[in-house]
Design a protein around this ligand. Structure first.
Ligand SMILES: Cc1ncc(COP(=O)(O)O)c(C=O)c1O
Length: 391
């Protein structure tokens, strides 16, 4: 038997050989759309700051000024879990604000989307239940499914006929069936048909959970997400949103019925057994949640330039998917994807290659995460650069 260190070394060597070894870059000094990445200033096309809120100095300065006058109320730590002494009044304010925004009974704030997705389903389901999850759902949802005692099955991506066949086959065999989907898919930028999912969940008395991590702030008149845009906010059982992407803060939330909230407070392990968010972060989340509500012009601009980029990529024969501000360009081999990313970097743009196992084999891609503070001119040369034409 080899010692563990040698086994680990072999695995890392294997990742190196296949060009899949991951390492951490030095990133800092963001100013608007620019990022310092390993010492170079680049146009940041790889962040989740979809509304450009993280770079809004004035908003941050106002917040820090307000908070500075009440340092005791805006501490940098909560020093405890929420069920002990960490449940600062700002939690109540934020949760009431979220429930009001969505017009739902209650909301619940978590430390991160990862906490939410690894906690909610394991708390709600038992071994007598079934979870049906879109094949391309985020790793945190898959991990939640693994932790849960329920049977976990995946339906083909956006294939609701397949989902329906699984629902029909499950009929009468389980205590409860759960359906879980992202709304904007993080790797392909395509959209779930939430009306169809609501019809199915109602027909089969399933519970529907929608993860809006990539659509909060970017879809819907008030930035609630795709549930708002598709008019199903009241029909979805649990809507999950994250603060760490378009909302430029930290943490996550669910909007849900009061009864389910009470149950999760009593049973959800990543909610109970972790230190609560610092009040300084909760106050900032309240601020940005309010600020994003009136950013319709930014949302429209973001969708507009995303469509423009997609059209321009298709026009030069490149393969792209989706219908959102996440624009993937499918390259194929890992090596070529890395090469194209390097080429873009040489032209001052940062779009990181996404490779298997994050995406299926032979679909290595460049993933452009567009943001509302970009102008079309900033990104207009991308299609020519990727297709090999000189811009
Ligand atoms: C769809 C989806 N859900 C959840 C998460 C996790 O959210 P957080 O970064 O707040 O842990 C992510 C993060 O990338 C995500 O893409």
């Amino acid at each position: 038997m080899l010692p563990l260190t040698e086994i680990i070394q072999k695995e890392l060597d294997g990742l190196q050989t296949r060009g899949r070894f991951r390492s951490l870059a030095q990133t800092r000094e963001r100013s608007g759309t620019m990022l310092e990445f390993n010492g170079r200033y680049l146009l940041n096309l790889s962040s989740n700051d979809y509304l450009g809120l993280a770079g809004q100095q004035e908003l941050l300065e106002t917040y820090l000024d307000d908070a500075g006058g009440h340092v005791g109320d805006y501490a940098m730590t909560s020093s405890s879990s929420r069920l002990l002494t960490g449940n600062h009044p700002l939690y109540d304010r934020l949760e009431l604000q979220l429930a009001a925004l969505y017009g739902r009974e209650a909301a619940m704030v978590f430390n991160s989307g990862y906490h939410a997705n690894t906690g909610i389903l394991p708390a709600l389901s038992t071994r007598h239940d079934l979870i049906l999850s879109d094949k391309l759902n985020h790793a945190s949802i898959i991990d939640g499914g693994k932790i849960a005692d329920a049977t976990f099955k995946r339906y083909r991506h956006l294939d609701y006929a397949h989902l329906e066949s699984l629902l029909a086959a499950a009929s009468g065999k389980y205590r409860q069936v759960f359906i879980i989907t992202e709304s904007v898919f993080s790797m392909d930028g395509d959209l779930a048909d939430l009306r169809r999912l609501c019809d199915l969940k109602e027909q089969y008395q399933a519970m529907l959970i929608v993860d809006e991590a990539h659509s909060v702030g970017t879809f819907g008149d008030q930035g609630q997400g795709l549930c708002e845009a598709q008019g199903v906010t009241e029909r979805v059982d649990i809507i999950i949103g994250t603060f760490g992407k378009a909302l430029a803060s930290t943490g996550a939330y669910a909007v849900l019925d009061l009864l389910v909230r009470d149950y999760l407070i009593n049973t959800m392990r990543p909610f109970i057994f972790t230190t609560a968010l610092p009040p300084a972060i909760l106050g900032w989340s309240i601020k940005v949640l309010e600020a994003q509500q009136t950013m319709q012009a930014e949302r429209h601009h973001l969708q507009h330039i995303s469509g423009q980029l997609r059209d321009a990529l298709t026009a030069v024969g490149l393969e792209t998917y989706g219908d959102s501000h996440i624009v993937p360009v499918i390259i194929g081999s890992d090596e070529l994807a890395v090469q194209k990313a390097t080429q873009l970097r040489d032209h001052g743009m940062l779009a990181l290659p996404v490779r298997p196992p994050t995406v299926p084999e032979n679909t290595a891609r460049l993933r452009f995460s567009l943001r509302a503070d970009l102008r079309w001119d900033d990104i207009a040369m991308i299609p020519q650069l990727l297709s090999g034409e000189q811009p």
